[in-house]
Write a protein that binds this ligand. Structure first.
Ligand code: ZN
Length: 255
């Protein structure tokens, strides 16, 4: 039985109340819970490609926020875990707050510095510590909204090449920005040469190397919600058809 968990985090901050930010204290407690249950840390590509023997945990971070290095690395080191960072490569090295729909509201405010990306040197230091650095495309677009095939492939290939040039190693994996993908995007991802790609679904769909579902962890996930999200029983339920029906009802209720 495949007993792996792939978690998706974004930023860590003691004070930033954004949906995509988790406090370091909560982050540490969440991972401590899994380590205490016998989970062992692997990179995202290892979780996808190596059949799980026992419980494995892949911690992933989208967007390459600097807080991952400053606040996440010490916690992961203490727990003996590695992680995977998915970097939107056009932004790496800019030393400017990242910008795209969804994080725009934080620009110009007191939390603007939370939007700073890591540098290539910082990503390299993580890679040397055993972390995986994957791609999060070049500019962080909605890939399904790029109608031109050449532009779609360029977002995927340009980012892979940038990671490989700067980090002197293969870039095997991708996280679709916003978890947004379809069959055409998956085909382009394969063409660009990726071996593994991460989604971020509300329903835990079937696993395929280029459509690998992750469990998104957000600001609102207190200890109780987190424990439910990583419960093996709930994970099996989330993959079931019944969950899909419930999820559809929930989404319609929110409209
Ligand atoms: Zn992202």
């Amino acid at each position: 039985m495949n007993d792996s968990i792939v978690l998706c985090y974004h930023a860590l901050s003691p004070t930033w109340e954004a949906d995509l930010s988790t406090t370091p204290e909560r982050f540490e407690r969440q991972l401590e819970l899994l380590v205490s249950r016998g989970y062992r840390g692997v990179t995202f590509t290892e979780a996808v490609e190596s059949p799980a023997r026992g419980r494995v945990l892949a911690v992933t971070f989208d967007d390459a926020y600097r807080s991952v290095l400053e606040l996440g690395l010490p916690i992961l080191n203490r727990l003996g875990l590695v992680a995977t960072v998915f970097a939107p490569t056009d932004h790496i090295g800019s030393e400017r707050p990242m910008q795209w729909p969804g994080i725009h509201p934080w620009l110009g405010g007191p939390h603007e510095r939370e939007l700073m990306p890591m540098s290539w040197a910082e990503l390299r230091a993580l890679a040397e510590a055993g972390w995986e650095i994957g791609s999060h495309t070049g500019s962080h677009p909605h890939l399904t909204q790029i109608d031109d095939d050449a532009l779609l492939l360029d977002e995927l290939a340009r980012s892979k090449a940038a990671c490989e040039d700067h980090l002197d190693g293969p870039c095997a994996s991708l996280a679709y920005p916003y978890g947004d993908f379809n069959a055409r995007v998956v085909t382009a991802t394969a063409t660009a040469g990726y071996r593994a790609a991460a989604t971020l679904p509300s329903r835990q769909h079937a696993r395929d190397a280029l459509e690998w579902p992750r469990v998104g962890i957000y600001h609102r996930d207190d200890d109780k919600r987190f424990a439910l999200k990583v419960s093996p029983r709930i994970a099996r339920l989330r993959r079931s058809a019944m969950w899909g029906a419930l999820d559809g009802l929930r989404r319609r209720a929110r409209l």
